[in-house]
Design a protein around this ligand. Structure first.
Ligand SMILES: Cc1ncc(COP(=O)(O)O)c(C=O)c1O
Length: 494
């Protein structure tokens, strides 16, 4: 994937009938491995040159425009020389563009020069490095829209609450197939506020899995309730309903399955347990935006579900945010109250709550991104299919299993190998970056020492933690990258 900065002279030439320029621009706009950028005054320049709205739209669709703000102009002025050139150089460098495409094809500062012919001939080199995560592609797709909205929010000083929060909540509820969505400050708050709104607190037990991010159990304990762990199933690494049933006591109030790595938990048997024992089901869907179980989206199965909108998630904001989905109107109203200091009316507090609102800037970012989520999830699915094809038959590698009826969204692609640390180190030397999600099961963490749970308590969760390796995974991860990862893994075991 390359980021290009396109000079306005290409667009003006295209407007004057230069076919080569027009073809090159359209190539850059359509080729999914190219992220084209231009300077923020491009539309103005085209309009001054007499372009019609249709011509402008055709030449700028999928182009991201670098805002010409005071900082950039100041840096260009300080650079001296031709101001236009300096502005291009500073903008291209600030936005980490690799090539500067112009009629002459000259180099500009640290930007390599490229002509339209070179652009048409450009072939992506075989990757020598594969990052674990790359967020630039989703940001490029929504850049102009979010930039415009953010400017407006700042102008209107509409930071807290605001129209984007309401619009995102409505869109996310529709997307999830639920009656309500409530925006909050993080996925952790989404979990905590859901538990509090359900009235779960001291003396109550909540059953969850030990192989999750600590936010799941932090929320249970911060609500005042007791964490009860149950083991997971080998292969899907999600909560095992049989193990859960054995942990149900008279104090149990809720089951909290995590849709780990973007794979839906076994919701049907878990829901049956909840019905049989009169328990709440709260889904931790922080890693699973858009995943389906038996054709129905996660987030619409439990009494409520918590989603994280942390930047690295399948749907990520430009900072911290989270959202709760539910079909229960009263529960949604309670969560709204809890997120805002226990008030339904300003300065009239029915209960003590939290400062846990979603802010308008974050809401604008996820509102713009939501329509792209299905496409990005499909790209993750494609990458997962390539991984499975290219790693199949390797006896040392356990591939993730997909439970019957589950349609994962591959937030992470996690394999299990005999010595994950060694493979991680080796891959790093070959330019492939991997992670561990998560390297130590929660019941063995210092924070939970007081539970007195020893190694061997949850064999599958412990096996997961000690053998897992998360491979690079993000939308737009290309086949050459997946091939490189698979090749290096095969090489390691050869
Ligand atoms: C399974 C799980 N639960 C909860 C959270 C907490 O979300 P946030 O970081 O938005 O608070 C995360 C985020 O990493 C997560 O992966």
């Amino acid at each position: 994937m390359i980021k290009l900065l396109l000079h306005h002279d290409l667009f003006l030439s295209a407007l004057r009938g230069d076919q080569r320029c027009e073809t090159a621009i359209h190539h850059a706009l359509k080729e999914r491995r190219i992220l084209p950028w231009a300077l923020g005054d491009l539309i103005q320049r085209l309009s001054f040159a007499g372009a019609t709205q249709n011509e402008i739209e055709s030449l700028t669709k999928n182009l991201a425009l670098i805002p010409l703000n005071a900082r950039l102009s100041g840096e260009a002025l300080a650079l001296g020389g031709n101001f236009d050139q300096a502005l291009y150089q500073k903008a291209g460098e600030a936005f980490k563009c690799r090539f500067f495409v112009s009629l002459k094809g000259s180099k500009l500062g640290s930007l390599e020069g490229m002509t339209t012919d070179a652009l048409m001939d450009w072939k992506e080199p075989l990757p020598d490095k594969v990052e674990f995560l790359n967020l630039t592609y989703p940001i490029h797709a929504v850049f102009n829209q979010v930039d415009g909205w953010h400017m407006e929010i700042i102008q209107n000083t509409a930071f807290a609450g605001g129209k984007h929060v309401a619009a995102f909540e409505k869109a996310f509820a529709e997307y999830s197939g639920t009656g309500y969505a409530v925006g909050v400050g993080s996925g952790t708050e989404a979990l905590l506020f859901s538990l509090l709104a359900m009235g779960i607190g001291p003396g109550d037990e909540v059953i969850t899995q030990p192989n999750t991010f600590i936010a799941t159990t932090e929320a249970i304990r911060q609500a005042g309730a007791t964490v009860v762990f149950a083991d997971v199933s080998r292969g899907t690494w999600n909560l095992d309903p049989v193990a859960v049933e054995k942990k149900i006591t008279a104090q149990t109030k809720a089951i909290l399955p995590v849709h780990l790595y973007g794979q839906p938990a076994e919701l049907e048997p878990l829901l049956a347990l909840c019905e049989k024992h009169h328990l709440e089901l709260l889904e931790d869907a922080c890693q699973a935006h858009g995943a389906r179980y038996q054709g129905k989206k996660v987030g619409s199965w439990g009494r409520a579900a918590a989603f994280s909108l942390y930047p690295g998630k399948n749907l990520g904001a430009y900072g911290e945010a989270g959202v709760v989905t539910t079909n229960d109107e009263a529960l949604a109203a309670k969560i709204r109250m809890i997120r805002e200091h226990g008030q339904a009316q300003k300065y009239y507090h029915d209960i003590e709550g939290y400062n846990g609102r979603m802010d308008n800037l974050q809401a604008a970012a996820v509102q713009a991104k939501l329509p792209h989520l299905e496409g990005w999830n499909n790209e993750r699915r494609q990458a997962a299919t390539w991984y499975k094809e290219l790693l199949s038959g390797l006896t040392e590698v356990e591939l993730p299993e997909v439970a019957e009826g589950a349609e994962p969204v591959w937030h992470l692609f996690v394999i299990h190998v005999p010595d994950a640390q060694k493979l991680h180190e080796y891959l790093k030397t070959q330019g492939v970056f991997t992670g561990f999600h998560y390297p130590k099961a929660l019941h063995l963490q210092k924070a939970y020492e007081f539970m007195g749970l020893k190694e061997g308590s949850f064999p599958n969760a412990e096996y997961n933690a000690s053998h897992l390796l998360s491979l690079p995974m993000f939308p737009e991860l290309g086949k050459p990258e997946v091939e490189k990862v698979a090749r290096e893994i095969r090489q390691f075991f050869a």
